[in-house]
Design a protein around this ligand. Structure first.
Ligand code: BTN
Length: 243
């Protein structure tokens, strides 16, 4: 799947480069990788700390023939691939916090930013941005309490190129399996790493917050949250705090 790698030492954001490549007709499976980003993008308009050669900063270009409503599933496919690859390599337990934060010992080790290019009726391309904190010893003050790296957790350095290969191998078979068999194969794998299921959570959405028990995800990858009246809400986009 991933035969075309576009490597840069320094970029603003691999997402920005990937969007440009899509506009120039890049094919499915093109990957953009950088050693450092000056303007790494996180979810919800946040920035992403992308220091020189410490982490994996990459964007995958996909062109799946799936419906709009299934787009959140792709993020979960990526989360499963990353959780499996990072756990196998490091021996650390990797937890997924819905929808797409990967944590070790409660601290964030990896984030995923999925951006769509779409017509009203179909997805033209999906750009999955992946940031993995690999060999960081220090983080900026603001995130030092909430972020971690494979190095900080295990005391070891990891070869970034090897890790990229592992991540892409996991992603390739999971993505093929997802396209052939649908989300049903991915869902139990996602649940096996999930930190949120069965827990009381606060879901902070753009306009409101909901408190309830996270029951799990449905077939579209949407989070199901049961409030105290028993009503089950479908959460499409939110920040989740486990309480
Ligand atoms: C998050 O907020 O958790 C998502 C972070 C995604 C960061 C990655 S690093 C590679 C790619 N390029 C970017 O600018 N962002 C994503």
């Amino acid at each position: 799947l991933f035969h075309h790698v576009v490597y840069h030492s320094l970029v603003t954001s691999t997402q920005v480069i990937a969007h440009q490549l899509v506009n120039e007709g890049a094919r499915e499976g093109t990957i953009v990788v950088a050693d450092e980003q000056t303007a790494g993008k996180g979810r919800l308009g946040r920035t992403w700390d992308s220091q020189h050669e410490t982490g994996i900063w990459m964007s995958l270009i996909l062109k799946p023939l799936v419906d709009f409503r299934q787009a959140p599933q792709l993020t979960l496919v990526a989360a499963v691939a990353l959780a499996r690859a990072l756990q196998n390599k490091s021996g650390q337990q990797i937890d997924i916090k819905w929808p797409n934060d990967l944590l070790v010992n409660g601290k964030k080790i990896c984030g995923i930013l999925t951006e769509l290019q779409a017509d009203p009726d179909r997805i033209k391309s999906v750009i999955i941005g992946i940031g993995v904190n690999v060999n960081h010893e220090h983080f900026p003050q603001e995130i030092t309490d909430i972020a971690t790296s494979l190095k900080k957790e295990s005391g070891k350095n990891f070869d970034r190129a090897e890790l990229i290969t592992d991540i892409l191998d996991e992603f390739s078979w999971l993505y093929e399996a997802y396209l052939t068999n649908g989300f049903s194969l991915i869902k139990p794998l996602w649940e096996a790493h999930s930190l949120s299921i069965g827990k009381k959570v606060i879901a902070r959405r753009a306009k409101d917050s909901l408190v309830g028990i996270a029951l799990g995800i449905n077939e579209n990858g949407v989070l199901l949250l049961q409030d105290e009246t028993g009503h089950v809400h479908e959460i499409y986009s939110a920040d989740i705090e486990i309480s």
